[in-house]
Ligand binder design. Structure first.
Ligand SMILES: [Zn+2]
Length: 273
């Protein structure tokens, strides 16, 4: 089902779409719809719920099933409840949407959850506006959103004025080394490389770049990606050195020299890359 067909059907109810998202209010609930996994949709309903309570999630799920006869996948995001829903062509979309919302709101009521009366940003009462905040459409104070926009604008301005590729590079390099550590340890001690640990490298590198006040733009992205590739090279080099140490009983220093000798021959280079 094409999302824009469904979104258009909801427009008369005051819903509007932005990209993949569709937002609006149903009765007092603030709602976000987005496609999920092809056939499905995430239906996020803004609430203020205890995220840590596992029982609450179970009870809401059971109450929804009781109300609409369907078992909807459900997540408690604290500031929203997310339901996995599907639409079909058998009846108007507004009708299907309405019956989901009716079931959800009655399930909420049964479990002591009410439409949110606090701002998603600061948590205090009487929100005066609605805004896409974080992951979902939320009641907020206009002033709170303006403040957080102003803060990020200032940060960007500051970064433009003071951010440096050089300090960023140092940070990214350190981050890359820290990020590679887990992979190196797994090479040394377990003789294997876990793909998941590799994912740490660009993340740590980007984190280091940011922490060291690196200038954020396209160059920084390229830098982090390049460094991550370099780290793969270094890790391969290390794993060869470790291999020499273990199989030929060489010291670390000797093994590293042997591994670098390999680097200088084309065949060895192929072996490493
Ligand atoms: Zn606020």
């Amino acid at each position: 089902m094409k999302s824009n067909v469904i979104y258009q059907a909801l427009e008369p109810m005051g819903f509007f779409s932005a990209g993949q998202l569709c937002m609006g209010t149903w009765k007092e609930y603030t709602v976000t719809l987005r496609p999920y996994n092809g056939r499905y949709y995430y239906l996020d309903v803004a609430v203020r719920a205890d995220k840590a309570s596992k029982g609450l999630l179970k009870r809401v799920k059971a109450s929804v099933k009781e109300a609409c006869g369907k078992n909807l996948g459900c997540i408690n995001g604290g500031q929203y409840f997310r339901f996995v829903v599907a639409f079909n062509r058998k009846s108007p979309f507004t009708e299907q949407f309405g019956s989901y919302m009716t079931a959800i709101s009655s399930a909420f009521k049964k479990n002591g959850i009410y439409p949110p009366h606090s701002c998603a940003v600061c948590g205090s009462s009487d929100p005066d506006s609605l805004c896409l905040y974080g992951d979902s459409y939320q009641p907020v104070h206009r002033a709170c959103i303006q403040r957080s926009l102003e803060n990020s604008r200032q940060k960007i301005e500051q970064n433009k004025a003071n951010g440096s590729y050089l300090t960023g590079f140092v940070g990214a390099l350190l981050g890359m080394l820290v990020g590679s550590l887990a992979s190196v340890l797994s090479i040394v001690f377990a003789d294997r490389i876990y793909a998941l640990l590799f994912a740490l490298v660009p993340i740590a590198s980007a984190w280091g770049y940011r922490k060291f006040n690196g200038r954020m733009d396209k160059v920084s992205v390229v830098l982090v990606v390049l460094l991550s590739f370099v780290s793969i090279f270094i890790m391969n080099y290390l794993s060869i050195a470790v291999f020499y140490m273990q199989d030929y009983a060489l010291s670390l220093g000797e093994a590293m020299w042997f591994a670098s000798d390999l680097l200088l021959t084309a065949g060895g280079l192929m072996l490493i890359v």
